[in-house]
Design a protein around this ligand. Structure first.
Ligand code: BG6
Length: 485
């Protein structure tokens, strides 16, 4: 791990992410005395604020987005002392010298967090370089979207690499900052129980679901050009898949873990044009009811018709020894029945049932890793129902429950950005995505999109408040598999 920096510079400091996540996260770290004592936070964006104006802006954002039990006037006041602001039009090089002057001495190290439109990445990197803000002791964090396909992602990565070497480039996938996602490592590699059957001999299939109840959330401009595949699968879902499927790394460090993840990502079986219809389903929500509320369809929300998919389901394969023949079913969508992120690992049945002649039927074991909104790991195991069994042995699936919320009740739940911002400030790259991973992710995604284009695949309508188009059910039912609902 490298040294903590003395200054943090946030581009996009007046944006939605800054207000909802970054400022509350930095404040949370401040309150818990986790930020380096002298760390100064500089915001920059187009808006004309001075320090006082941006402090007021920050205070408003904290008021709006902090949970009630974290609001503390004295803490807010002391946090605001760290905060400074410099207006900047990042599309032109002119303002960067003034930005550098505002930052002053950066010999104690500078971490930059770039949360701006991708079109500003190029000019920003050039501006930083010209103003001497890209040297040895500067590292840069990049928020998505980092391109919309492999070519554009390479272009952005090349621009960044022209000023920042890979070991000073921190690509954010906020799913990696989630406690429960890191817990996949603890579960798999902190227990000897699972590993012997964590392969094609022991596992029948894996399901990964990220369902959301929200719709466009005022992000039409971005989302409509992206769609669910690029918004959720390319990054978060493939990262989850990689953590589930990777070989045991030798240690928890950025190189060891990312080396193993990238091998999985490169082993994803390409989905060719001839297979897209069989292996993928896309959908777009129509009107319906979510959480007891009537909601309109995507086209109405957008104000025009569109071909963007708000739902996607995929049957994926990892072509290596460990996972040969094991399907990974992925699905994600907006305006679905409930908000849920979970991984379901379905084990194989026992090789022979000794209970069959006594009327007992067995279900294969299931491991459910619920990432949100609840946090738990649940193993479904077979148990005998109490009784004298005169009419045969009755067996029932019962959950072995590990509720992380209960087991760690006294421990504060950190939002993902608290973890990631602190790692960026301290220079620990383990939970950031390396360039080769991103490129392997895009390569697989581009193949699917090419297939859709070749077939003119249009998303199927699905009612808001449901589980996506019926074709998504058929995708698994064909294999005798039911989505966990
Ligand atoms: C973002 C996507 O990366 O992740 C959003 O752009 C999505 O569309 C969000 O809503 C989901 O994140 P979380 O942490 O709420 O599951």
């Amino acid at each position: 791990m490298s040294q903590a920096v003395g200054k943090l510079l946030v581009f996009g400091a007046t944006g939605d992410l800054a207000q909802r996540m970054l400022l509350p996260s930095l404040y949370g770290l401040h309150v818990d005395r986790l930020l380096p004592a002298g760390l100064e936070i500089y915001g920059t964006a187009r808006s004309e604020h001075d320090d006082a104006g941006y402090r007021a802006f920050t205070a408003t954002a904290l008021e709006a987005h902090l949970p009630a039990d974290r609001k503390d006037a004295a803490e807010v006041e002391s946090f605001l002392k760290r905060v400074h602001y410099q207006p900047l039009d990042a599309s032109t090089i002119e303002g960067f010298d003034a930005l550098a002057a505002k930052l002053g001495d950066i010999s104690g190290g500078l971490a930059i967090f770039l949360s701006t439109a991708p079109s500003l990445f190029g000019p920003t990197i050039k501006g930083l370089e010209s103003a001497g803000l890209a040297g040895q002791n500067v590292r840069i964090g990049l928020e998505k979207p980092l391109g919309h396909d492999l070519a554009s992602s390479c272009e952005i990565n090349d621009i960044v690499a022209s000023a920042f070497p890979e070991d000073r480039t921190f690509r954010i996938d906020h799913y990696l900052g989630k406690e429960t996602v890191q817990n996949i490592l603890a579960l798999r590699f902190g227990n000897s129980l699972f590993e012997p059957s964590w392969n094609a001999r022991g596992i029948d299939h894996v399901q990964i679901t990220i369902s959301e109840t929200v719709g466009l959330e005022g992000r039409a401009g971005y989302y409509d050009g992206s769609g669910a595949l690029r918004d959720m699968v390319q990054n978060h879902m493939l990262q989850l898949l990689a953590l589930i499927a990777m070989e045991p790394p030798a240690r928890v460090d950025g190189t060891a873990i990312r080396d193993e993840k990238v091998k999985v990502l490169r082993s994803l079986r390409p989905i060719r044009a001839t297979d897209v219809e069989k292996l993928t389903v896309t959908g777009q929500y129509t009107g319906g009811a979510v959480d007891g509320r009537i909601v309109t369809g995507y086209g109405e929300e957008l104000g025009r018709t569109s071909n963007a998919e708000t739902f996607v389901a995929i049957k994926a394969h990892v072509d290596n020894w460990r996972w040969q023949g094991v399907p990974f079913y992925l699905r994600t969508g907006k305006r679905m029945a409930e908000r849920r992120s979970e991984i379901v690992v379905q084990f194989k049945p026992v090789p022979h049932s000794i209970f069959a002649e006594r009327g007992g039927s067995l279900q294969p074991n299931t491991l459910v890793i619920r990432l949100q909104p609840e946090e738990y790991v649940r193993l479904l195991v077979m148990a005998k129902e109490p009784g004298l069994d005169r009419e045969g042995i009755r067996l029932r699936e019962v959950p072995l429950d590990l509720s992380l919320t209960t087991a760690f009740a006294g421990t504060r739940r950190r939002i993902a950005y608290e973890r990631l911002l602190l790692d960026l400030i301290e220079g620990d790259a383990t939970l950031f995505v390396r360039r080769d991973e991103v490129e392997a992710q895009w390569q697989w995604i581009d193949g699917i999109r090419d297939g859709w284009a070749a077939h003119g695949q249009a998303p199927k309508p699905y009612a808001s408040g449901g589980w996506g188009p019926s074709a998504a059910i058929a995708l698994t039912e064909r294999d005798g598999v039911t989505w966990n609902e």
